[in-house]
Design a protein around this ligand. Structure first.
Ligand code: ADP
Length: 310
């Protein structure tokens, strides 16, 4: 059982403490106490949820935060004992425009680590469903660690109806905004694409203030989802009949090059394949890793040379 020493921070669903293992006091850990008095958790904290979190303990990968243990304390509170990662996250680096400089080689290194983490989740039948820069922690050795599997669910059963109110809005793919109930690993690939774009722009790419505005931004920057470019889209539960006069065609390579040109034409090709509107045309996480961008110039920066919070 770990011992909690001091509070590290607080999020919507949890309070996080720094702690250490009783058996090994030098071994620091982060103890995440899920807030049990929020309605969602009271309803959601079933044995199923606990079993799923337990499953995450078995996911061992250099780019996935280690979950050392799961235990419940009084009031059936759920506690996660996680790898302690004090150097902040990718969002902090992106935002620190004056303090931190980086280029395509660094973006390639970070995206490569994210890509491997997501591929590994999918290989193990787990969807992350909340990929965003502030869930990507930076470890002392420069490694990016995908964290916050609070929403992660196994997708082994393709017929299971899933909630579409997942993924922070800016990183949410069009199929979820349109109410799709059956979806695949490609939801995470879209989120990865928006993180890729944000790393290049150094600001969130599609930052809608409401779900409707989020869809409008997708139409404007990627294209309007219609039957011609996405067969079956009009059958989705929340499909909006877009005004015929206002349909934006799918943006071509020239358009992406004008905004994301620093990634080079091969990088832009990968970005576009992650941001395909129709999830069936979008790259899978395996295809992402097979892309030629990783082996083309510039080579990704070695992790020990990546910028870190000062
Ligand atoms: P949020 O995702 O809303 O930031 P979390 O509940 O995940 O909320 O975390 C709250 C804060 O606790 C984070 O902002 C971070 O500062 C800190 N934190 C979370 N997990 C860790 C960890 N594994 N190691 C170090 N600090 C952490």
């Amino acid at each position: 059982m770990p011992i909690a020493d001091k509070k590290l921070g607080e999020g919507t669903y949890a309070v996080v403490y720094l702690g250490h293992l009783k058996a090994d006091p030098k071994r620091l850990v982060a103890i995440k106490k899920m807030k049990v008095n929020t309605a969602e958790w009271r309803d959601g904290l079933t044995m199923d949820a606990i079993r799923e979190v337990k499953y995450l303990q078995e996911l061992s990968h250099p780019n996935i935060i280690a979950l050392h243990a799961v235990f419940s304390s009084k009031n059936q509170n759920l506690n996660l004992v996680l790898e302690y990662l004090p150097l902040g996250d990718l969002e902090m680096l992106i935002k620190d425009v004056d303090g931190i400089r980086y280029g395509t080689a660094e973006v390639k290194a970070w995206m490569g680590m994210l890509g491997r983490a997501v591929w590994f989740c999918h290989e193990n039948f787990i969807l992350h469903r909340d990929i965003k820069p502030n869930n990507l922690f930076i470890a002392a050795d420069g490694e990016v660690k995908l964290a916050d599997f609070g929403l992660a669910r196994s997708f082994a059963d393709p017929y299971r109806i899933m909630s579409h109110q997942v993924i922070t809005r800016w990183y949410r793919p069009p199929e979820l905004l349109l109410g799709a109930r059956h979806y695949a690993g490609t939801v995470d690939v879209w989120s990865m694409g928006t993180v890729f774009a944000e790393l290049i722009l150094r600001r969130p790419f599609l930052a809608g203030q409401t779900d409707v505005e989020q869809l409008e931004l997708i139409c404007q920057w990627i294209g309007t989802p219609v039957e011609e470019n996405w067969p079956g889209v009009s059958k989705l539960a929340d499909y909006i009949r877009f005004d015929k006069g206002n349909i934006q065609p799918i943006r071509g390579k020239e358009f992406f090059l004008s905004t994301f040109g620093t990634a080079g034409p091969v990088g832009v090709d990968l970005l576009m394949s992650m941001l395909a509107l129709d999830p069936r045309k979008r790259s899978t996480s395996r295809q992402v890793l097979e892309h030629k961008w990783w082996t083309s110039e510039p080579r990704p920066t070695a992790k020990e040379h990546l910028p870190k919070k000062g």
